[in-house]
Structures are given as C-alpha cells and as structure tokens.
Design a protein around this ligand. Structure first.
Ligand SMILES: [Zn+2]
Ligand SMILES: [Zn+2]
Length: 265
C-alpha cells in the first residue's frame, strides 16, 4: 500500500507518463509527451481557403482558382486578410495546448513556440506582432497570456517587435459558455480597444493566437485595428479547428488525456 501511495505521489510531482498515450516517459525532449506522440504533430498541408486556412475536402477546390474562398469567408467577408494556421487542433497538440493554457504548464511554451517557428510561412511580411489579449480578470487567474508567450518566441525569428500593451480586452467574455453565434458576436463587439491607436497607423499587424476556431475574436481585433488605421491585419495561429473528416492521417489512438477529461466532465 505504501508503494502505491508513493507511486501516486510521484505521479503527481513528476509527469512520468505521456499525456496522450500514457506510456512512461524516459528522456523525451518535450515535457509531458513522448517522442513518438510529439512526432505525430505535422503541419497542415493541402488545399485550403486562402483567407481563413480552412482545409478543403477536394484537392481540386483551388486547382483552377487559387483565390477561391470558403463559404464562410465569402458570406462573412472577415476583416483579416489571411490566416496562417500551422497545425490541426487535434491530439496530441490539443492536449499540449490544454495543459499549457488551462493547467499552467508554461514549460511547454518553448516546445509549442518551436512548432510555430517550424511552420512559419516564407512569405510572411509584417511590421508588428500582437498577441490576442486576455481580459485582466482572466490574466490574473491564469497568470500568463499563452498567445504572448508564443509571440515572444516568434519575434526574434521574424525580427519584428511584439506589442502587448496597446491592444486590450475591456469586456470579459466567458469562452466556456457556448452561445449562439449572434450572441457571441454581440458579446465581442466593443470587447477590445487600443490604448495608443496612433501606433498602428500604416502598420501591417500580425495577430498571434493559440487556437483559431470560428475566428470571431481575431476578426473583432482586426476590425478595431483597421478602424484605427492599420494597413493590414493577418493572423498566425498555432492550431486550427478542422472539420471531422479533414483531420490529417494519424495512427494515434484516441487521446488518453481527452478521455480522462471527458470522464471528469
Ligand atoms: Zn505518447
Ligand atoms: Zn475561409
């Protein structure tokens, strides 16, 4: 029984098993993940909407008209010019982002930043990096802004500064509550402000976010930046939610981490 208690305690102190597959960790370079699982994280490739990077099911979708946008972009006409999303939001990356963001595992920032750096598009031109801000209440609870940690790791590669005080979130919208799109949009309107709007005039701004889902948050940030005179707003996200049938091939079993999360919920 003592041995059992000791094993339980050491599991709490040291992450001894891979978060995704539950195999014991040895000398794996990424915290909380085995080499094999981490190696399954592959950049999103193939035809995608040139505006929001939504992968297209048919490879011929952009064969004849490379500027063909998805239905959402054509009907909603977002304020941002382009989204670069590096990876699909699926395990093990999804597990890593959850640990990083909701469990405060800041040790993952370097590994996640490295993934984003590896997948940086070559034609990316920008003047200023801006992480999507958290409301001060949430920042106080979480103690760090995950998007700022990512921006900090891209800044030396792109040789562009990070602006993290100018764009602020002034309304605390709760992302845990699932609202219909119209209510979500209403909540987001006026959720952001610029402290020094003159500083974005004529600038090409790159918004940095951890996960791109519906794009409503970054779109609202883009709107306020353009209204203040920014020349262009693009988005760089570590991961993008992808329709079920569009997941990249993976031989991974369903994530042990997510199964545990579901049990807990
Ligand atoms: Zn693993
Ligand atoms: Zn699109």
């Amino acid at each position: 029984m003592l041995a059992g208690i000791f094993r339980q305690a050491s599991r709490l102190l040291l992450p001894s098993d891979c978060t995704t597959c539950d195999q014991p960790l040895t000398d794996d370079p990424t915290p909380f993940f085995c080499r094999q699982c981490w190696g399954h994280i592959r950049p999103l490739q193939g035809p995608a909407c040139p505006r929001c990077h939504r992968p297209f099911a048919s490879p011929s979708a952009t064969a004849y008209s490379p500027t063909h946008e998805c239905h959402d972009c054509r009907t909603r006409d977002p304020h941002y010019t382009q989204v670069w999303a590096a990876y699909a939001y699926s395990p093990p990356l999804q597990d890593a982002i959850a640990l990083f963001k909701y469990r405060g595992k800041v040790a993952l920032a370097d590994s996640l930043g490295a993934l984003l750096v590896q997948a940086l598009p070559r034609n990316l031109e920008t003047d200023l990096l801006m992480p999507v801000p958290l409301h001060p209440n949430r920042l106080r609870r979480r103690e760090f802004n995950q998007s700022l940690l990512l921006a900090d790791r891209i800044s030396p590669v792109l040789h562009r500064p990070v602006s993290y005080r100018n764009l602020v979130r002034i309304v605390d919208t709760d992302p845990q509550i699932t609202l219909p799109r119209s209510a979500r949009l209403r909540n987001l309107r006026k959720a952001f402000a610029l402290r020094a709007p003159q500083e974005v005039i004529g600038k090409r701004v790159l918004l940095i976010d951890d996960v791109f889902t519906t794009g409503t948050t970054v779109n609202e940030c883009a709107r306020i930046l353009l209204e203040s005179g920014a020349q262009d707003v693009a988005v760089l996200a570590l991961a993008r939610s992808v329709d079920a049938g569009m997941m990249p091939d993976s031989s991974l079993p369903p994530s042990a981490f997510n199964q545990r999360e579901e049990l807990r919920a």
